[in-house]
Design a protein around this ligand. Structure first.
Ligand SMILES: [Zn+2]
Length: 193
């Protein structure tokens, strides 16, 4: 009898707490899945309407204060949507001296994606939001140390060991479609008899 009462109370509390607890569990499970998945070999161009062939590799170029460029600049008209290059979780939305208005997305393979110099952040975007490739994060601008330069997105990828060049991932070819029926290719192992 006592056990039944305890189970009923626990069940009721779980039921009442679920609207609060459920999304947090989903969030934690998704963050764990992201951290355990492979880092991408290809990412989407994070500015709407810009093709892969329009990109220029500016990794390592000299910058102010003796820094080198740790990302790629993608030029577009002010207000052009900046879209997620990968899926992930919005880790931070904020302002900093160099980047201006910025969004950080935690993506697959424990990489962090940095979107900087935004004119503004997407109206409904919040820290903790789950985003898919192509979701709007904000709009191209020239905030931070880009003030006075033509509007562009600074896009950076930070892996566990530090910044990596996004350019090779941006221009990587689309993976070849896997054969619908592997057996039909003749490469399937023959049973040993
Ligand atoms: Zn830049």
């Amino acid at each position: 009898m006592r056990t039944i009462v305890v189970l009923l109370v626990a069940g009721l509390l779980g039921y009442l707490a679920w609207p609060w607890l459920g999304p947090r569990i989903d969030h934690a499970v998704y963050a764990l899945r992201l951290s355990m998945s492979e880092a991408p070999v290809r990412v989407a161009v994070p500015v709407e309407g810009v093709g892969r062939r329009g990109l220029v590799d500016t990794w390592g170029a000299a910058r102010s204060e003796g820094r080198t460029h740790q990302g790629i600049d993608i030029f577009a008209r002010r207000g052009t949507p900046v879209i997620a290059a990968t899926e992930g979780l919005v880790a931070r939305i904020g302002e900093n001296r160099l980047g201006g208005t910025v969004v950080w997305v935690y993506g697959p393979g424990r990489q962090r994606h940095y979107y900087a110099h935004l004119d503004r952040v997407a109206e409904t975007l919040e820290t903790g939001d789950r985003v898919a490739v192509g979701d709007v994060l904000g709009y191209v601008g020239n905030t931070g140390n880009a003030r006075g330069t033509p509007p562009h997105l600074h896009y950076g990828i930070y892996a566990m060991g530090g910044a990596i060049n996004p350019y090779p991932l941006l221009i990587a070819p689309e993976p070849a479609a896997s054969p619908v029926n592997p057996a039909a290719t003749g490469t399937a192992a023959e049973p040993v008899s």
